[in-house]
Design a protein around this ligand. Sequence first.
Ligand SMILES: [Zn+2]
Length: 306
Amino acid sequence: MTTTEPRMPSATIEMEQVTPNVFTNTKLRGCNPSFVVTSDGVVVIDTPQLPTRAVAMRAEAEKHGPIRYLINTENHVDHIFGNYWFRGAGEVVNHKALWDIFMDPKAALDPFAYALEAVPTDDPEAGPLIPDRDEYYADLPRGTIVFTGDLLKLRVGDHTIDCHWTPGHTPGQLAVHVPEERVVFTGDTIFSGVQTWLMTSNVDQWLEALETIRALDVDYVVPGHGPVVGLEYIQTQRAHLMAWKAAVADAVAKGWSREETIARVRFDDAFGPVDVGQGYMMDHIQNNNAGSLWDKLTATGYSKGR
Ligand SMILES: [Zn+2]
């Protein structure tokens, strides 16, 4: 090492063991990044948004064997930004509808800048790990196994990894079911105990996605955000989605404008806090949940599922 080279930061990550072979972390800023250990290597589900934790989780996973697959459950940055620090770690599995908008340049929040907003407060040591924008995009792992349709079945060692397409929260949403562990990783189809972000969503499809998950024979639901729960939490998630949609539909029926709807339809106190580190986004969530639903419920053709 020369003196001009920055010292690479190292951080540890404490993984929560859900079953003998399933590990997650529900306490970090970002999504709940997870992995499954099989007799033939490791399957990673979503990557930490914080660079030092991405490096640390990769090291933790690789203690159990080589990483065979990295599956992303959706295109939001809190689930994919950390892919950069998993370069060369197995095949990346994306649904085609996710792949099409991976690091979406048309997103309301610039994905690269938005992901890095977390660094000063939550990962201040990460600086030397972060490439510039062009370097990041040039080398960012995205889907190498890209599928269409409802189900991709992987067989890895003694484990089955079923990737169910569950659009709703985002168009390319996946739920990853591992029957041998009686676990499903739902991504943001479930936000347990924290505010639900629905501004890029189709709520009707999302309600169907919850039914797809409810039909699985599992004991553990690893959500996109919040603590691990059981299948019974699906009732709560459904209630939150229905409450949002009903309240905005009611506002539209009363003739409220978009502005009035945003001002008056709020669930700040009803559905829990915002997930770790993002309390400052409460207004963003409330305003954009209400505004996006108002847009959809006042648009012609909504009943056709758009
Ligand atoms: Zn998320």
